[in-house]
Design a protein around this ligand. Structure first.
Ligand code: KIV
Length: 327
């Protein structure tokens, strides 16, 4: 398998570094250009949705083209039933963490897209601008919104006017989960036509890429092959310009396995086994072992033993008074 050279590497000939390579200095003036360039070259974009610095380092070192700080944070990490309770504060905190992880990685030029959470792009132009600014100023390179209603298209334009790149998201849009009755969208010709219109409306509003979630393969393929901006699919088949999966799903940390997802490792089993062993070893006093701690030097130990023997000879109240004097 060949490793394509990265158009965003500091040198035009630099290739994707080996996993765990040393951090590179990789400032990029146009980090998002990779999306359009990959589409134009017919190469598939690999995007990962994740929420913390160590995962971001691993994803970048593995060669991910773009990271998403998804508001799936809500159900995947924060324990909510859906993404609706996720706040701007949550997104700002986790976007900052992912951005710092990217900078610590061997590919610090990888762009980070941050989800604008439920309700954060539905208010006044000032509120939309403030929320966009908050995420861009912690290092996001683009913002993602869900849906293509007129108010959402207006929000895209407000952000584009500010100079903030925006990614769309249509098909199954988790922030609208309570309004849906099924996961897969676009299964009738009319519904597929609506998705087509939505994709082209988002492109016209200035979106730099569009996520399509849980949409029949034929529909995403038809749109991807005719629209200019990259279509990144999740549960949308192989005919898209890219794929996105949630980190916890792809490493096998999520308790459930979803039809459109694939666990490429069994992290849940590995971590659960580690926790079981830790608890057992603490209970049995096998952990910590000698090598996990520190000892006094021989001289200090002898002096310390003398001092503690002295303490033992005194009564407790006298020791307390001495301790207070020594403070
Ligand atoms: O929130 C998220 O992680 C997402 C992706 C699944 C596309 O929106």
């Amino acid at each position: 398998m060949s490793t394509p050279s990265s158009p965003h590497a500091p040198s035009s000939n630099a290739s994707v570094p080996a996993p765990n390579a040393a951090p590179a200095s990789g400032f990029q003036l146009f980090p998002l250009r990779v999306l359009q360039e990959k589409k134009e070259r017919g190469e598939t974009i690999a995007m990962i949705s994740l929420y913390d610095a160590p995962s971001a380092v691993m994803a970048c070192d593995a060669g991910a083209d773009v990271l998403l700080v998804g508001d799936s944070l809500g159900n995947v990490v924060l324990g909510y039933d859906n993404t609706i309770p996720v706040s701007m504060q949550d997104m700002v905190r986790h976007t900052g963490a992912v951005v710092r992880g990217v900078r610590q990685s061997a590919r610090p030029w990888v762009p980070v897209v941050a989800d604008l959470p439920f309700g954060s792009y539905a208010g006044s132009a000032q509120t939309i601008a403030d929320n966009a600014r908050a995420l861009m100023q912690v290092g996001a390179h683009a913002l993602k919104i869900e849906g293509a209603h007129q108010s959402t298209l207006n929000a895209v334009q407000i952000m584009r006017d500010m100079g903030a790149p925006v990614m769309g998201h249509i098909g199954f849009t988790p922030q609208a989960v309570l309004g849906f009755t099924r996961v897969v969208q676009g299964r009738s010709v009319q519904a597929a036509r609506d998705l087509w219109d939505a994709a082209f409306a988002l492109q016209a509003a200035g979106c730099c890429a569009i996520v399509m979630e849980a949409v029949p393969v034929e529909v995403t393929h038809a749109i991807s092959s005719r629209i200019d901006v990259p279509i990144i699919g999740i549960g949308a088949g192989v005919g898209c310009d890219g794929q996105v999966l949630v980190w916890h799903d792809l490493v096998g940390l999520s308790p459930q396995s979803l039809r459109f997802s694939k666990a490429f490792a069994q992290a849940r089993e590995v971590l659960s086994q580690a926790a079981v062993q830790y608890v057992q070893e603490v209970h049995s006093r096998e952990f910590p072992a000698v090598q996990h701690g520190w000892n006094l030097s021989d001289d200090e130990r002898a002096a310390w033993n003398e001092l503690t023997a002295e303490f033992e000879r005194r009564d407790t109240s006298q020791s307390t008074l001495d301790a207070q004097e020594n403070l």
